[in-house]
Design a protein around this ligand. Structure first.
Ligand SMILES: Cc1cc2nc3c(=O)[nH]c(=O)nc-3n(C[C@H](O)[C@H](O)[C@H](O)COP(=O)(O)O)c2cc1C
Length: 287
């Protein structure tokens, strides 16, 4: 069993790094092989939007460290992803890598991963986790789903100065728990997921979109539900069948790629001449 730790902080031996290292140590103690990568040590360039990875099934030709990172992510059974909070959300390096994960969504890659059990754990840090980090865990969950892993345990801890978490016993034991949970989940054992009340039954986050028809949707999983009033309090309610509708269920992801993304290629090819003419009429280049 192979577990890969990914650190998204520029601080060497900062809070994120200490937590991810502790989680990996705990996983190693349970018999896992572990590897650590600082995303911030890698050359990760922005996605160019050429779509060759999906439309042609090609490896990305940008020429940076991302193919190496993708291989490490695919080879791993489990991930421990750690990040600080920068302006309410994880730092930009997470989004840079997240966009490039689109390469994993080619139908061939998705199908190749279909039979494998893959789990992830998340460790986040913020000065004020309760009030100033609303997007940190949700975006890190998104990152884990886009790596085609199921987040099984997570936590966000309060810390500011570099390495400060080392003096916080609760934070250290949370990190170790997350490491052990990922190993347990990969062995098929039960893991008690730290769900907050009023959260999505799949990802455990309580960030919801309020839709025009009054229903709600989890922006991470895409499942829909209702807000109900029970004993004078608002409660989120999701029908049991919604549990199968997560956009990250492999068969749903494959359907999305095949039925929504792939046809955009033919549509664009059909319209190519019209687009060129319309751009020329608008004054952008020659027709
Ligand atoms: C640019 C920047 C923005 C930050 N924004 C937030 C924020 O919005 N909310 C918060 O709670 N903490 C914020 N912090 C505090 C960090 O999350 C905190 O210092 C954390 O411990 C850093 O983790 P690290 O040592 O792993 O890098 C910010 C720190 C920096 C440098």
């Amino acid at each position: 069993m192979r577990i890969l730790g990914l650190i998204a902080s520029y601080r060497k031996l900062g809070n994120t790094e200490v937590l991810v290292r502790e989680a990996l140590r705990a996983a190693e103690g349970e018999g896992a092989d572990v590897e650590l990568i600082r995303l911030t040590d890698l050359d990760i360039k922005p996605c160019k939007g050429c779509m060759a990875c999906l439309f042609k099934g090609e490896r990305c030709n940008i020429g940076d460290d991302m193919p190496k990172l993708l291989d490490a992510i695919v080879e791993a059974d489990g991930l421990i992803v750690g990040a600080p909070t920068y302006i309410l959300s994880p730092p930009g390096i997470i989004k840079m890598a997240l966009d490039r994960l689109i390469e994993l969504m080619s139908p061939g890659r998705l199908k190749a991963l279909a039979g494998r059990r893959r789990a992830s754990g998340i460790l986040a840090v913020a000065t004020e986790p309760e009030d100033w980090a609303p997007f940190t865990l949700p975006i890190l969950k998104l990152f884990c789903y886009a790596c085609l892993t199921q987040p099984v345990d997570w936590g966000i801890v309060a810390a500011s100065g570099p390495g400060e978490v080392a003096v916080d016993e609760e934070a250290i034991s949370l990190a170790r728990r997350v490491g052990r949970s990922v190993v347990r989940a990969l062995h098929g054992g039960p893991v008690e997921v730290p769900r907050k009340p009023n959260s999505c039954p799949i990802c455990g986050e309580s960030l919801v979109e309020l839709l025009p028809d009054g229903s709600i949707r989890c922006p991470i999983c895409g499942i829909r539900g209702q807000v109900r009033i029970v004993d004078g309090r608002l409660e989120l309610y999701f029908k049991p069948e919604e549990l199968r509708r997560s956009r990250w269920e492999l068969e749903n992801a494959i359907r999305h790629v095949m039925e929504v993304i792939m046809p955009t290629r033919d549509k664009w090819l059909r319209l190519r001449r019209d687009i060129k003419e319309a751009l020329a009429r608008l004054g952008y280049g020659r027709g």
